[in-house]
Design a binder for this molecule. Sequence first.
Ligand code: NAP
Length: 259
Amino acid sequence: MDLGIKGKRAVVCASSKGLGRGCAEALAEAGCDLVMNARGAEALEATAQHIRDTYGVSVETVACDVTTEAGRAELLKVAGEVDILVNNAGGPPPGMWTDWEREDFIAALDANMLTPIALIKALVPGMMERGWGRVVNITSQSVKAPIPVLGLSNSARAGLTGYVAGTSRQVAGAGVTINNLLPGIHATDRAASLDKGASDAQGLPVDQVRANRQATIPANRYGTAAEFGHTCAFMCSQYAGFMVGQNILLDGGAVNATL
Ligand code: NAP
C-alpha cells in the first residue's frame, strides 16, 4: 500500500532498537527520509546503515540523550523542516509505589512527558505553517490500564496524554495531527529486561515468566516491532488525516475493556 508520504522528512526519537526502530523502518519503507536518534552511536549507525541499504532513503543520525535539553538542541539542529515526528524514549524503571521520591518523578516526567512536549512545541509550528504534519507519541498500555510496577510510567504518560488531548484539537485545523500509540507487551530489549526483573523477583526461570505473561494476552504472543512500526507509519500517512488526539492500543487484546 502506498501511504502517500514518499519524500516526507521524519524525526524518529530513540530508534536504534525496539519499537522506535520498527517505526523508523516502516517510515523508510514508505519512502520517508529520516533523522534517527539514540544515545549509543554504534548501534544507531548500524541501524541507520541497514535502513539506507534496504530502503534507499536518506538517514541522518544524532547520537544524544533526547531527554536532556542539550540532546534535543543537537537533534533539532539537524532536524530542520520536519513533516513527521515520532516521540519516544526509554521507559522509567519498575518499582513499588512506596519507592519513588520527587526526583524519580521529575526524571520520569522529563523523559516521558516534557521531552515529547518540547519537541512538539519546537516542530509543530513549522508543520502548521506548511499545512501538513504528523506526530505520533509512543506511550504505553499503562495509560488505559495501570501496570502496578510501572507507577512512574503510569503517571508521566497520563500527563502527556492529557496534553495531547487538548493540543491536538488546536492544531488539527492546520493539517497537523497528533496521536498516541500505546504498546502492550512487545518483544524488545525493554520487555526482556522487565521479564528478567520479574524472574528475579519471583524466583522463576525467565522462560516461565514469559510464558505466564503470554498467557494473559488473548493473542497468546508478544507483539513485534515490525507490526508496531507499520501501525505508526499508517498513523503518519495521508490516509490518517482525520485521526486527531486518539490513543491507539496495540496489545493483542490484553486490556480487557469494551472501549
Ligand atoms: P528498547 O527495546 O529498550 O529500545 C529503546 C531504544 O530507545 C533504543 O534504541 C535506545 O538506544 C533508545 N533510547 C533509550 N533511552 C534514550 C534516550 N534517553 N535518548 C535517546 N534514545 C534513547 O525499548 P522499547 O521496548 O522499544 O520501548 C520503547 C518505549 O515504549 C519505552 O518508553 C517503553 O517503556 C515503552 N513501552 C514498551 C513496551 C514493550 O513491551 N516493549 C510496552 C509498553 C511501553 P540507547 O540505549 O542507545 O539510547
